[in-house]
Design a binder for this molecule. Structure first.
Ligand SMILES: *[C@@H]1O[C@H](CO)[C@@H](O)[C@H](O)[C@H]1NC(C)=O
Ligand SMILES: *[C@@H]1O[C@H](CO)[C@@H](O)[C@H](O)[C@H]1NC(C)=O
Length: 341
């Protein structure tokens, strides 16, 4: 009986040995790899060093989980932070020295930009040299940044008595930003990115930056509290193209839009050599004159649910009341002595 069983077993083995070999091989690879990875734990007693490494890996994993949940809370799509090839958004911000400057740069811009992945902030001071305040601010901001300066000639500067729209504001500073981009990508055949002009007196929401992230040529969206109306916006026809403009002031401008209402594909901007903002554009036509050099109305890409959502507001901060400061200054006292605000 026993020898018969042995005989059958031998025959079976002869029949199946090839499969057995393959199986054993696969098991060896599987466990071999496994032992290789976990070798420190299972075969040799873990050294102090490797135990610390494992601890660090676990801690990092926990952190990633936590960060993912935070990003989810701010409704930042996973694609935005996991795609290493995400096109960078270059934000150009002209700024000038004033008591509320740091507050504006902090609350209106930095706090929002910190929630936006792949953002490069180009800050251009209207000044003969970079200020220590802005340098320190950018250094400690945690943002990828470039700090430039470009002063506006005295005769172009706004006086307190001038209406805000009288003279071109931020023109030379935006152009300095554009020139910096041109020289940075001078030898790049296929630069990828998006350019946005963000003044430091608007309010931006994080969603705005998701919207502009893929801009094939020029993308557009509504801007609230601008031009004397609640919302200035492109009107989108049934073909999905911009058909006209809803604006209070000069709605017949070729592109009746505020600076905050559009973003430009970096490659398009760089392709059109020499395109910049114009110092002699008629009052209120700065955006229009610039965009005419880049695009036609039909080519515009309406964002923000076909221009039905508001993600940016033109909200100015009230001038701070400094009557007492001025009085104190006259008797030689300065409340900002030894402290930066
Ligand atoms: C900008 O345009 C180029 C060329 O058409 C394209 O390859 C690139 O993907 C566009 N960039 C974005 C951010 O869509
Ligand atoms: C810019 O020019 C390059 C090369 O001619 C072209 O491949 C690219 O599509 C252009 N970019 C845009 C946004 O039109």
């Amino acid at each position: 009986m026993g020898s018969l069983n042995l005989y059958i077993l031998k025959r079976r083995i002869r029949k199946w040995w090839k499969y057995l070999v393959v199986l054993i091989f696969l098991l060896a690879v599987y466990f071999g790899g496994f032992f290789h990875i976990t070798g420190n734990i299972s075969t040799t007693p873990p050294s102090e060093h490797s135990r610390n490494t494992m601890k660090e890996v676990f801690a990092l994993r926990r952190q990633i989980r936590l960060l993912k949940s935070v990003l989810k809370q701010y409704s930042i799509p996973e694609k935005e932070y996991s795609d290493v090839l995400l096109p960078v958004i270059y934000v150009i911000t002209p700024t000038y020295t004033r008591p509320q400057q740091k507050a504006e740069l902090t609350s209106r811009l930095k706090s929002v930009f910190l929630h936006v992945p792949a953002l490069h902030w180009i800050v251009v001071e209207d000044a003969p040299k970079k200020s220590q305040m802005v340098s320190n601010f950018l250094e400690s901001s945690g943002l990828t940044h470039t700090h430039l300066h470009q002063s506006t000639p005295q005769e172009w500067k706004l006086k307190d008595s001038d209406p805000k729209w009288r003279k071109p504001r931020g023109v030379l500073q935006r152009n300095a930003g554009i020139r910096w981009l041109r020289s940075k990508f001078a030898h790049d055949a296929n630069p990828r990115g998006v350019v946005y002009f963000a003044d430091d007196d608007n309010t931006y929401s994080v969603e705005l930056f998701h919207e502009m992230r893929d801009t094939h040529k020029v993308s557009v969206w509504p801007v609230a509290l601008v031009g004397g109306v609640l919302v200035e916006r492109p009107l989108v026809g049934s073909n999905g193209q911009v058909s006209s403009w809803l604006a209070g002031w000069k709605a017949d401008r070729p592109f009746a839009m505020d600076m905050a209402g559009f973003a430009v594909n970096l490659s398009l901007l760089l392709n059109k050599s020499g395109v910049e903002f114009s110092i002699d554009a008629p009052i209120g036509f700065q955006e229009s004159v610039f965009l005419e050099k880049l695009i036609t109305q039909e080519e515009l890409e309406p964002k923000a649910d076909l221009c039905t959502k508001v993600y940016v507001w033109h909200t100015r901060t009230e001038q701070p009341d400094l009557k007492q400061e001025i009085r104190l200054n006259k008797v030689g006292k300065h409340t900002d002595e030894g402290i930066e605000l």
